[in-house]
Design a binder for this molecule. Sequence first.
Ligand code: FAD
Length: 469
Amino acid sequence: MAPDTQKAKVVIIGAGPGGYVAAIRAAQLGSGVDLVEKELLGGTCLNRGCIPTKALLACAETMETIRDAEEYGIQVGDPVADLPAMVDRKEKISAQLRNGIAQLLKANKVRYVQGTGRITAPNEVTVTGDGGETKIETEKIIVATGSEPARLPTFDFDQPAILTSTTGLELRQIPKSMMIVGSGVVGSEFATIYNALGTKVTMLELLPRILPTEDDRVSQQMKRILNKKGIEIMTETTIEEMVEYKPTGVKAKLSNGETLEAEKLLVSIGRSLNSANLGLDDVGVELGKRGEIVVNDHLESSVPGIYAIGDVVGGILLAHVASFEGICAAENTMGMDSVMNYDVVPACIFTEPEIASVGCTPSKAEEKGIETRVGRFMFGGLGKALAMGKGQGFVQLVVDASTDKIVGCQIMSAHASDLIHEVALAIKMGITASDIGRTVHAHPSLAEAVMEAAEAAHDKAIHAAPARK
Ligand code: FAD
């Protein structure tokens, strides 16, 4: 039987934070939009990434707050973690958000097509779903198929003890012990969750420091904090060989010669990009070495009319980047001239305390030949932080010495993911350290630390000792 044929102006493949945002933006501009999704609305972010981890991190933080209750003058017993209830809560939040997206798509008259999309011609997408095959003729295509946990052949992912970031969110029993391979953002967030639930966590990192892409000061402090929480960290160490898979766990031989056993082993070594089986080769879309779809600054691929956004273009693998790329690509499919700019992208890590950064670190600025002043302020000197019992961490503001403009910032603190946006806006608008330092900040607030760091760049912070001359 010949497949059904439909018509759309823009077809988007993948309904993660890239795809569904692109769909809404194209619809706002008056396009007929078909949004194709093979699994769940919201993609990785909403169903197995940003939101589920943050829901479980909120449970972890609540456990820690209860444990610390005595410090606040409150007597309570030891908290008991009910992981199935936590996982149910997390799933309820994801379902609520999925429902919200479905309503938004409906309100914007985006047609949601359930099934697996494949590009069968530069102006045609074929969707295979429960009802068979449908061919959609279209003027433009946006590929937003995202990424999946990367898998190494060292590990047998069919074994129940081996977890990815997806299955690590679905456990209903708290493991007694967990090895985490990879100490990047995902590994560190999982370590924070399971450590708070009572699991003995060991993190293995191939490189000399954890969170290797962060500023050195941030990784050193976070290492100390995680160690203090009882998380064991082995840097310059990896798994050489899996010695045994048992129903009760795994045994691994490490590169340092030791043997380590754990009930679960979570592999968080990065992402592989979903560009296979999409028909890209057949229509001539160029792929890079990692399978990323090569795009220009308008997010158009090597084939005119076919755009790509989000993780599958292999740039900065973050949900908000995917969404901004979605807006940019959608506008371009509608004849606008939108250029994607990656100069100011905040990135956050939801450990306890949180880490947030934007722009250059001091060493990155140096590499770029920028002469800098660095203003630092410690949360240990801030009234609000101490009142909250959150005195750990610092703000580090990187300032161009010749212009006084802010070029970067790293924050480690409670609510760092909220605080970073003042600086992101400052960098985008070309605001100087003096401007921030002389903007009245409410007292007592965590944001005062940003103001103090800006003043510290000129050695004028009121609540910090002057730098030694
Ligand atoms: P995805 O969200 O991966 O969505 C792609 C969608 O395409 C999926 O729904 C998939 O089913 C669908 N699809 C694939 N192929 C096809 C096909 N052929 N046909 C139809 N549909 C298809 N980022 C942050 O910014 N903040 C965070 O706190 C954060 N935490 C994270 C925590 C974890 C554990 C992980 C794994 C990631 C996290 N991320 C975070 C990253 C973030 O989730 C991704 O960058 C983001 O989801 C990428 O969006 P996307 O739209 O490109 O792809």
